[in-house]
Design a protein around this ligand. Structure first.
Ligand code: COA
Length: 190
């Protein structure tokens, strides 16, 4: 079983581990090897511990936890396999809410978990009063097609300086936020 829930303080180490594994997988060839090699689970766990405690500006982190038969061997009681975070937008002129991160372990992709995490973020942001939502993705990241598949509309592009490189990033927008809730509604079987 894979459950989605609000992150708790004890999830910080698991979130840090997913962050490092997903960045090394998703950004290989996009970001410098030295940058990816130097990512630290301990350092990111400490950042996410602060993020879990921070509820200002509508901030929230949701985790996907695998348990039982879906968990890796030896981790049957539950393991963080993905997460998403967000809050009120850093660009309020573009959208009121923002999804800031969305990452899964490779073995848990293509099972609907990304959609469920996006839905949890959209529902949370709508509940704190955001009427629209945006996110940034590197233009070279094929995940951008996932956001377009969920109905995100390309609304801005810019070059950022990150890890010593100039990188193009794109912003996708859902306005109204209900359009993301509709695109991530649970699929009825049968
Ligand atoms: C992006 C990511 C979260 C998607 O999660 P996922 O669990 O694999 O996706 P889902 O199984 O929920 O897919 C939902 C739908 O999107 C589609 N989809 C998934 N990834 C896609 C992609 N890269 N391009 C186009 N469509 C995609 C699926 O086919 C599915 O379609 P359906 O409507 O027919 O069911 C995941 O692939 C990931 O962690 N990627 C690497 C990390 C990353 O780059 N994060 C983004 C940083 S901005």
């Amino acid at each position: 079983m894979i459950s989605i829930r609000r992150a708790r303080p004890g999830d910080a180490a698991g979130i840090g581990a997913v962050h490092v594994a997903a960045w090394r997988s998703a950004y290989a060839g996009m970001l410098p090897d030295a940058y990816l090699t130097n990512l630290s689970v301990v350092r990111h766990a400490a950042q996410y511990a602060r993020g879990i405690a921070d509820r200002s500006d509508g901030h929230a982190i949701f985790v996907a936890v695998a348990s039982g038969a879906d968990a890796p061997p030896g981790r049957e009681s539950g393991m963080v396999v993905g997460f998403a975070s967000g809050g009120r937008s850093r660009r309020p002129a573009t959208a009121e809410g923002e999804v800031e991160t969305l990452y899964l372990l490779d073995d848990f992709r293509d099972r609907g978990v990304g959609r469920r995490l996006m839905r949890a973020m959209a529902a949370h942001l709508a509940a704190v009063g955001c009427r629209s939502v945006m996110l940034w993705v590197l233009a070279a990241n094929p995940t951008r097609w996932f956001y377009q598949h969920l109905g995100g509309r390309l609304t801005a592009q810019e070059i950022i300086r990150f890890a010593g490189m100039d990188l193009q990033q794109m912003a996708f927008l859902w306005d109204p936020i209900d359009s993301l809730l509709a695109a991530t509604a649970p699929v009825r079987e049968g």
